[in-house]
Design a protein around this ligand. Structure first.
Ligand SMILES: NC(=O)C1=CN([C@@H]2O[C@H](COP(=O)(O)OP(=O)(O)OC[C@H]3O[C@@H](n4cnc5c(N)ncnc54)[C@H](OP(=O)(O)O)[C@@H]3O)[C@@H](O)[C@H]2O)C=CC1
Ligand SMILES: O=C(O)C(=O)Cc1ccc(O)cc1
Length: 439
């Protein structure tokens, strides 16, 4: 049934039928909205086959046809392609239509709309802050009323309400600043872990050094990222003007903390990490974290990729350079991650969850600092992690898409034989954490 009277005449256009475009097509059409969608012309037949039996979905050959026929058009293409694609189809937009985009970074998207859309077209953009395989219900959905009447904005909200997400109202600039914190720098950490393990030719879950809940989160989320399409992560790092500073600071924090560890400067390391802790997490008597931990005790412990890992095996003490560097980075940039929860992805919440766990569990932080100074067990991996973090930062600063892709692809290839099964465990871990959020 149509969501309200008149919905039969209102057409939602989707340009780009990749993972996100398809997810929108399925959910919106199931809620009764009429969809006209396309991808590249060469995928027409394949899409017709896939969506042939979907009520309310009509596949068209290209974005001109979608633009001419639709009242509200959502571009769901690669962030780096948005300028080119909007330049191509934007001028065909139906008179008085509403146009938006789903790209992860709004600066190039809005510039493309301003440059190529006719002036009678309203602009309302959106961004679902989760991957295509996550249930959108309860997840943040950013809405950006960039150039639109109240009526157009209300219409977009009415269409997207069927996703069941939490609507978050931001400007394009606010969106890019916040997602630089929540996404770009978080991904930089996991991308660097993958490169470090790859450089040392290890699948970390197969050894005995990476055991326990924190390590499960590191490993599962690293694999999750490397199992995805490179352009999603490259786009939101390289094209987001707000992200460069943060990725650079993450590399700087990693390098400086690693130097302190290597040089055995115990007091300086402790002072620096505790100062960062206070800035990010507040003082002992007025903490910024909630009474209840973000990540309930034990919830991630069972999601190990190692079938022989026993829940009772105690984790090997680790200096957790990546987590210390994250907090140092937030502190240096004056970021309070809790302020961004309205605009957070599941991945960010998990990352903040393990970080918080490390900093609020009595004794754990001090153990990290001790290991960082005294113990060589993780030195090789930490060295490679530091090199990787700097490598990603340089690549982003120089806007090197091709180098970024190659860096990603070679490590993706290393882990690829292990994706099967592993991605499902990571997915189950995220689901368990999302469930525990609701309790
Ligand atoms: N994946 C995720 O977790 C999320 C992604 N996003 C954002 O959503 C957008 C889409 O991502 P996602 O769906 O994952 O990526 P996909 O690569 O799966 O989908 C993008 C699709 O757009 C197609 N495309 C490119 N040019 C055109 C064109 N001229 N006309 C029609 N279609 C075209 C691509 O074809 P081809 O592959 O041949 O280039 C591809 O099929 C990105 O900007 C991403 O940043 C937002 C939230 C989450
Ligand atoms: O949760 C994450 O950070 C993800 O990796 C999935 C993702 C990727 C791109 C987006 O724009 C939003 C979500």
């Amino acid at each position: 049934m149509a969501p309200f009277s008149g919905a039969e005449d209102f057409v939602v256009g989707l340009i780009g039928m990749g993972d996100m475009g398809k997810m929108y097509a399925r959910r919106l059409s199931s809620a009764g909205w009429r969809i006209m969608a396309c991808d590249r012309e060469e995928k027409y037949e394949e899409l017709v086959k896939e969506f042939g039996n979907h009520k309310n979905v009509q596949i068209l050959r290209n974005g001109h046809l979608v633009s001419r026929a639709s009242n509200y058009i959502i571009y769901s293409v690669e962030a780096a392609a948005i300028g080119r694609v909007v330049a191509q189809y934007g001028p065909s937009t139906r008179l008085g239509a509403i146009v938006g985009g789903q790209t992860s970074c709004k600066d190039p998207e809005i510039k493309a709309f301003e440059e190529h859309l006719p002036s009678d077209v309203d602009i309302v953009s959106c961004h679902s802050l989760h991957g295509p395989n996550i249930d959108p219900r309860g997840q943040p959905l950013v809405l950006i009323k960039h150039r639109a009447s109240d009526a157009s904005f209300t219409k977009v909200e009415a269409v997207l309400r069927c996703l069941g997400s939490k609507h978050v109202y931001l400007t394009a600039k606010e969106h890019d600043r916040i997602t630089a914190d929540t996404q770009a720098v978080t991904h930089a950490a996991f991308l660097s872990m993958g490169k470090a393990w790859h450089a040392n030719q290890q699948f970390p879950w197969e050894g005995t050094r990476y055991v326990g809940g924190i390590e499960n989160v590191k490993i599962n989320l690293m694999l999750r990222i490397y199992a995805q399409k490179w352009h999603v992560y490259a786009g939101l790092a390289i094209l987001n003007p707000e992200a460069h500073k943060q990725i650079n600071q993450f590399a700087k924090s990693t390098t400086e903390l690693f130097y302190l560890m290597l040089e055995g400067r115990r007091d300086e390391l402790r002072e620096r990490v505790y100062a960062a802790k206070e800035k990010v997490f507040g003082r002992e008597d007025s903490p910024k974290w909630e009474g209840k931990p973000l990540l309930p005790d034990g919830v991630v412990d069972r999601f190990s990729l190692n079938p022989n890992a026993k829940g009772s095996t105690p984790p090997l003490p680790n200096n957790h350079l990546s987590l210390l560097a994250m907090v140092d980075c937030w502190s240096a940039l004056g970021i309070v991650p809790y302020d961004h929860m309205i605009c957070s992805t599941p991945l960010f919440r998990l990352w903040l969850g393990v970080t918080e766990h490390l900093f609020r569990t009595p004794g754990l932080l001090d153990e990290c600092l001790r290991v960082g100074i005294e113990d060589n067990t993780f030195r090789r991996d930490d060295l490679q992690f530091t090199i990787a973090a700097s490598g990603w930062a340089e690549c982003v600063a120089l806007r090197q898409f091709e180098t970024w892709r190659e860096r990603f692809a070679v490590t993706q290839k290393f882990f690829e034989p292990r994706f099967e099964g592993a991605v499902e465990i990571g997915q189950a871990m995220i689901r368990a954490v999302l469930e525990s959020d609701k309790e």
